[in-house]
Write a protein that binds this ligand. Structure first.
Ligand SMILES: CC(=O)N[C@H]1[C@@H](OP(=O)(O)OP(=O)(O)OC[C@H]2O[C@@H](n3ccc(=O)[nH]c3=O)[C@H](O)[C@@H]2O)O[C@H](CO)[C@@H](O)[C@@H]1O[C@H](C)C(=O)N[C@@H](C)C(=O)N[C@H](CCC(=O)O)C(=O)O
Ligand SMILES: Nc1ncnc2c1ncn2[C@@H]1O[C@H](COP(=O)(O)OP(=O)(O)OP(=O)(O)O)[C@@H](O)[C@H]1O
Ligand SMILES: N[C@H](CCC[C@H](N)C(=O)O)C(=O)O
Ligand SMILES: [Mg+2]
Length: 493
C-alpha cells in the first residue's frame, strides 16, 4: 500500500522527507518486529519510549517513521500529535475496515466479561452463526483457538484479527473490552454494534487514578458506540440496571438502550431465581416473552451474566427459544467456578476471582451451600492495584472459616511484601500465610472433611505463576488434583 493512501485517515500531518513514492507493506509498533518496508510507529510507553528505537527500526528495514516527538532518521518521518490514537485509525484502514463487515459485540465491566462473551458465543453458535471471540483466555475464530497477551489486544493485532475473521467468514465477533484498552485507544475505529456493561467495582487502581477515572474509561465504549462509519444499523447499549453506575453509562450513549437486572425496572429481568450447588434456575422475562432457564452455571452473579448475554442476543434479533437452549446447554467457562473432582467427599473449586467484588460474590455463593467448613486459598497479583489487597484479605476472613494467603503472580514484587499488604486488612486471626502456592493448596486439601468446600481463587484458567518476568508452569486445577490424589493414596495405605 502507498504510505500516502494510509495517511488519508489523518486530517493533517507534518512529513519530513518525500513520502510520495513510499510503499508500506506492514505497520509495526515494536522495533523487534519491523521488517523491510514497515511503517514504524513510535509509542511513548509505560516502561520504555518507542521513540528510542527509531534507529533500530530503520536498521531492520523500516521505510518510514510515525512519531509524536521530534526524531531524526534516514527515512521520512511523519509527525502527529498522538501516535497511539493515529495508529489505531491506521490499523483500521490498513486491514480494510474489517469491523464494518462483521457485527461486533463489545463487553466491558470489572467482572463477568469473559463469562458473558462465552455465553454469547454459545448463543450465536446455537443460532448457527460462525463466531469469533477475543478475550482473556484466548482468541477464537470458529473453533480454532490462538494465544493472546492481553484481554484486549493492541490496535494492530486487533484489526489484523478482525481481518482474519472476515477472511474466515465469521458472522459475529464478540470481544472483551478492558478499561486499559479503552483508555489507551486500542479499540478506536472499531464499529461496535452492541456494547454490554456488566458491573463496576474496585480494580486496576494502579492504572486508573480513582474509581471515577475507571468509570470514565468504561464509558468510552458507550460513547464510541455508533460513531463510526456505517451507523445505519440499529446499535444497542446493554446495561446492568442494578449497578450503581448504570445512570452515568446510559448518558454516555446516543444509541438504543436495553437494560437488564433483577429489579422491576429492568427490561430484561430474572424472576423466581433458585440457586443451588448443582444448578441455577430462573424465569427470563424479556420484551420478546418469557422462558424458564435451567443452567449449570452457579451463583447469583452468573444470573447477571446470563441476563447480560440474553439482552445482547435479543438486541441482535436472536429468538428466545435459541437463547434458552444455549443457556441450558452451556456447561461453564474454564477456570470459572470449576470443580476439581478427585473422588473426594469435600468440594474443591477453582475460580478466577481476583477482585474484591468477585471474591465476595463467589465466597458468598459457597457459604450459602454448606454449613461445614469453607477454606479460601487467596493471593493478590504483584505490580497490580495494591489497594485491593487488604480488602480481599478481609473478605476472605469474613466468609471462610480459614483463609490461606499465598502468592498469585508476584511479578517483580517480593511475595512476602504482597502478603504483608494483605495481612494489614485482617481483623481476625483465622488465616495462615503460606508463600508457596503449591503448599498452600496442599494444606487446604489436607484439611478438607466431608461437606467442606475449598475455594482456590485468583488464577482460574491461568497455567503459570509469573515471577520476575518469567512464567513458570502452574495450573491450580492440576495442583489441586495432585494434592487430592496424594491424600487419597495416603489414606488408602
Ligand atoms: C500498562 C499497559 O497496559 N501496557 C501495555 C502497553 O505497554 P507499554 O505502552 O508500556 O509499552 P512499552 O513496553 O513501554 O513499550 C513502548 C513501545 O516501545 C516499543 N518497543 C519496546 C521495546 C523494544 O525493544 N522496541 C520497541 O519498539 C513497544 O512495542 C511499544 O510500542 O502496550 C503493550 C503492547 O500493546 C501491552 O502489551 C502492555 O500491556 C502490559 C503487558 C500489561 O500488563 N497490561 C495489562 C495491565 C492490561 O492491559 N490489562 C488489560 C486488562 C485485563 C483485565 O481485564 O483485567 C488487558 O486488556 O489485558
Ligand atoms: N457478573 C459478575 N459479577 C461479579 N463477579 C463475577 C461476575 N461474573 C463472574 N464473576 C467473578 O469474577 C471472576 C472472573 O470472571 P470473568 O473472567 O468472567 O470476568 P472478567 O471481567 O473477564 O475478568 P478479567 O477482567 O480478568 O478479564 C469469576 O471467576 C467470578 O468469581
Ligand atoms: N487481567 C488481570 C488478571 C489478574 C489475574 C491474577 N491472577 C493476577 O495476576 O493478579 C490483570 O492482569 O490484572
Ligand atoms: Mg476476562
Amino acid at each position: 500500500m502507498k504510505l500516502q493512501d494510509l495517511l488519508e485517515v489523518l486530517p493533517f500531518y507534518y512529513a519530513d522527507g518525500d513520502i510520495s513514492e513510499i510503499d508500506i507493506n506492514t505497520v509495526k509498533a515494536d522495533s523487534r518486529q519491523v521488517t523491510e518496508g514497515s511503517l514504524f510507529v513510535c509509542i511513548t510507553g509505560y516502561t520504555v519510549d518507542g521513540h528510542d528505537f527509531v534507529e533500530e527500526a530503520v536498521k531492520q528495514g523500516a521505510s518510514a517513521i510515525l512519531s509524536e516527538k521530534e526524531v531524526t532518521a534516514s527515512v521520512p518521518v511523519i509527525q502527529v500529535a498522538d501516535t497511539s490514537r493515529i495508529m489505531a485509525k491506521m490499523a483500521v484502514r490498513f486491514y480494510g475496515y474489517p469491523t464494518q463487515q462483521i457485527p461486533l459485540i463489545g463487553v466491558t465491566g470489572t467482572n463477568g466479561k469473559t463469562t458473558v462473551t462465552y455465553l454469547l458465543e454459545s448463543i450465536f453458535k446455537e443460532f448457527e452463526k460462525k463466531t469469533g471471540v477475543i478475550g482473556t483466555i484466548q482468541k477464537k475464530i470458529g473453533d480454532n483457538a490462538y494465544p493472546v497477551d492481553n484481554t484486549t489486544p493492541d490496535a494492530l493485532s486487533l484489526q489484523k484479527t478482525f481481518q482474519d475473521m472476515v477472511d474466515e467468514h465469521v458472522e459475529t465477533a464478540i470481544m472483551e473490552v478492558s478499561s486499559h484498552a479503552l483508555d489507551m485507544g486500542r479499540v478506536h475505529g472499531c464499529d461496535f454494534d452492541i456494547a454490554v456493561f456488566t458491573n463496576l467495582s474496585q480494580d486496576h487502581l494502579d492504572y486508573h487514578h480513582d474509581m471515577n477515572d475507571y468509570l470514565h474509561a468504561k464509558s468510552l465504549l458507550f460513547a464510541q458506540l455508533g460513531n463510526t462509519y456505517n451507523s445505519n444499523q440499529k446499535k444497542f447499549a446493554v446495561i446492568n440496571e442494578d449497578d450503581a453506575h448504570s445512570g452515568f453509562l446510559k448518558k454516555s450513549t446516543a444509541q438504543h438502550i436495553l437494560t437488564y437486572g433483577c429489579g422491576v425496572d429492568a427490561q430484561v429481568r430474572a424472576d423466581n431465581i433458585y440457586l443451588d450447588v448443582m444448578k441455577t434456575t430462573f424465569t427470563l422475562n424479556t420484551p420478546a416473552g418469557s422462558v424458564l432457564i435451567n443452567s449449570s452455571l452457579i451463583g447469583q452473579f452468573n444470573v447477571y451474566n446470563m441476563l447480560a448475554a440474553s439482552a445482547a442476543a435479543i438486541s441482535a434479533g436472536i429468538p428466545l427459544a435459541v437463547i434458552k437452549k444455549a443457556l441450558d446447554q452451556m456447561s461453564g467457562v474454564s477456570g470459572r467456578f470449576e470443580p476439581v473432582d478427585g473422588d473426594q467427599d469435600y468440594a474443591v473449586i477453582v475460580d478466577y476471582a481476583h477482585t474484591p467484588d468477585s471474591l465476595e460474590n463467589v465466597l458468598q455463593t459457597i457459604r450459602g451451600f454448606t454449613k461445614h467448613n469453607v477454606y479460601a486459598v487467596v493471593g493478590c497479583g504483584g505490580d497490580r492495584d495494591k489497594a485491593k489487597r487488604p480488602v480481599m484479605a478481609s473478605i476472605a476472613l469474613k466468609y471462610a472459616d480459614q483463609a490461606i494467603f499465598t502468592s498469585d503472580n508476584p511479578r517483580t514484587e517480593a511475595p512476602l511484601a504482597i502478603l504483608d499488604d494483605m495481612a494489614a486488612g485482617c481483623q481476625t486471626d483465622n488465616y495462615v500465610i503460606i508463600e508457596n502456592r503449591r503448599e498452600a493448596i496442599s494444606r487446604a486439601v489436607n484439611q478438607g472433611e466431608t461437606g467442606d468446600i475449598i475455594l482456590i481463587a485468583g488464577k482460574g484458567h491461568e497455567t503459570y505463576q509469573e515471577i520476575h518476568h518469567t512464567q513458570h508452569h502452574f495450573d491450580d486445577r492440576e495442583v489441586a488434583q495432585e494434592a487430592i490424589q496424594s491424600r487419597n493414596l495416603k489414606e488408602d495405605q
